[in-house]
Design a protein around this ligand. Structure first.
Ligand SMILES: [Zn+2]
Length: 230
């Protein structure tokens, strides 16, 4: 037998193995992508359920729930709906994904951020009289409408936003940037929205224009009263 033919016959199984390996790798890559995609779709479905539950709560009590877990069990029979499927498979909650720990994530029974919770804005974003996230969202709605998210999920490489009107849309960390043609992000900040409630620091005394007497503490007259002369 021709030596080159023998070599080619010997090589064939290796080539076949390589082909299977490449096909296997491709399939594994597809399934790796398919899983997050499926979880994202499932998360969108859960957000729709959450919207229906929030609407039902609003209809019955004429107000939004204070926290998302308040919906269970009256408006949401299955508490698992409060956990994003991606967060469940990764074994994480919401805040760990974007590294931001905020009051909106402080409900221990959900992985979602509840944007209009009754928790107060943190001191690093607002230094005036206490304002709740619910008040903050209402003020934003007045400026930009019902696109303002009510629930958000940070676990899919992008943020999934459920708006106050029930539409689900994707954005980066700052959903406000999507509306920058309409309104600047700064105008939707608490600093701008609640400018009237901002803490006012007393101005320092102006020693150049103030009369000296008002800057010095008043001294009491320690002299004995003068005797009257007869
Ligand atoms: Zn999710």
């Amino acid at each position: 037998m021709d030596a080159s033919l023998i070599m080619s016959l010997r090589r064939k199984p290796i080539v076949l193995h390589l082909q299977f390996f490449v096909i296997g790798l491709a399939l594994a890559t597809v399934s790796l992508h398919a899983e997050p995609d499926r979880e994202k779709q499932d998360c969108r479905r859960q957000l729709s359920f959450l919207y229906e539950a929030i609407q039902a709560h609003y209809k019955r009590y004429q107000r939004y729930p204070n926290w998302l877990s308040d919906l269970v069990p009256e408006f949401l029979a299955n508490p698992k709906t409060l956990i994003c499927p991606r967060a469940r498979s990764l074994g994480i909650r919401g805040p760990e994904a974007d590294g931001i720990l905020r009051t909106v994530y402080s409900d221990p029974k959900t992985s979602y951020s509840y944007e209009r919770c009754i928790g107060a804005l943190e001191r690093d974003i607002w230094k005036g009289a206490p304002i709740t996230y619910a008040e903050y969202k209402d003020a934003q709605i007045k400026r930009v409408g019902s696109v303002v998210p009510i629930v958000r999920c940070p676990n899919h490489g992008v943020h999934l936003n459920l708006s106050h009107s029930g539409i689900i849309y994707e954005s980066g960390l700052y959903w406000e940037e999507l509306h920058s043609a309409q309104i600047s992000s700064k105008e939707l900040d608490p600093e701008h929205l609640f400018a009237a409630k901002k803490e006012k620091e007393p101005p320092p005394p102006n020693i150049l224009t103030q009369p000296l007497a008002t800057l010095l503490p008043e001294e009491e007259d320690q002299r004995p009263p003068m005797k009257k002369r007869n």
